[in-house]
Design a protein around this ligand. Sequence first.
Ligand code: NAP
Ligand code: NAG
Ligand code: NAG
Length: 334
Amino acid sequence: MAVATVAALLAALGGGLWLAARRFVGSRAQRLQGSADSGLMRGKTVLITGANSGLGRATAAELLRMGARVIMGCRDRARAEAAAGQLRRELDQAEGPRPDARAAGELVVKELDLASLRSVRAFCQELLQEEPRLDVLINNAGIFQCPYAKTEDGFEMQFGVNHLGHFLLTHLLLGLLKNSAPSRIVVVSSKLYKYGDINFEDLNSEQSYNKSFCYSRSKLANILFTRELARRLEGTNVTVNVLHPGIVRTNLGRHINIPLLVKPLFNLVSWAFFKTPAEGAQTSIFLASSPEIEGVSGKYFGDCKEEELLPKAVDELVARKLWDISEVMVGILK
Ligand SMILES: NC(=O)c1ccc[n+]([C@@H]2O[C@H](COP(=O)([O-])OP(=O)(O)OC[C@H]3O[C@@H](n4cnc5c(N)ncnc54)[C@H](OP(=O)(O)O)[C@@H]3O)[C@@H](O)[C@H]2O)c1
Ligand SMILES: *[C@@H]1O[C@H](CO)[C@@H](O)[C@H](O)[C@H]1NC(C)=O
Ligand SMILES: *[C@@H]1O[C@H](CO)[C@@H](O)[C@H](O)[C@H]1NC(C)=O
């Protein structure tokens, strides 16, 4: 009996130490990566959607440190201003008191609700008036497995925000991106695209709603959109690539109910095994800033490396049909 108890205690202790070691090593690797390339983005303007939280916030922090002018496109001004204030303070602490040593860029908060085409249009109108250039657009904002809801324009919420809102946003900013070439578009998708399909007969899920399917469908749409856009942008020096960040500890799971009793276990597992936002943001940062991928377009990345896609994500006919229908849905058909 006593032996079993001691063995269990030792196993628990060993497990705890191992988890802590994993965390420690992880954050060390992250610090090392974060020490390079300051100033790489000086003079460049970057727009990040959903930049107040999770991956978007971590991406903003790093590109800001690299000297970029970072526009945070966020649906809630108060949350965005709070995040911007925090990012500025973190930067000041990291940079120290010498103002001449400061290489960092600046943060600009702008309201953008991707669940409203009116908001997307107003946002772009203002941005086009105020910004002489746009070097990088990062379509990062996303919503995950929410209960059934519709956007202001009647689209299923996940398809509406994750795909259609960004579709219109990109369309309206494409002229500025082309004028700022070489420029880049970065699309944040997810490995969960594998469980989706573009079911053209019910894009608004009015016949039936499956929240996991709809998330996966929206993330598959992100990839098909990237591939079709890359084809259309050939020869313009505007590139577009798509990525999956891995599993990252963010606010994305806000609509998932975890039973109270399981919560501590979930927190432990996610602390040990999920990426931190700064780790998860590495591929977004890489695609937005690295000279290594200059000229690369239409590709899918994970952990800063190109990855293979399933056949359904490289289907050109589906990509074109989705493009055409999206144009009709957001009202830009020429
Ligand atoms: N976390 C992961 O494990 C994981 C895995 C694969 C892919 N991803 C993708 O990573 C991206 C970022 O997610 P995250 O994990 O960083 O989650 P997060 O912490 O929840 O951040 C999502 C961001 O999107 C914003 N957003 C949601 N609806 C919006 C709308 N209608 N208009 C404008 N902004 C809106 C949120 O704004 P509020 O703060 O105002 O709600 C928030 O800033 C998403 O595209 C997600 O699909 C994440
Ligand atoms: C919902 O969709 C997911 C992903 O496509 C699938 O695995 C699951 O079986 C579906 N659930 C129902 C109830 O149809
Ligand atoms: C793209 O970039 C190359 C190399 O900088 C340049 O020669 C070419 O004119 C550019 N093309 C366009 C359409 O801007």
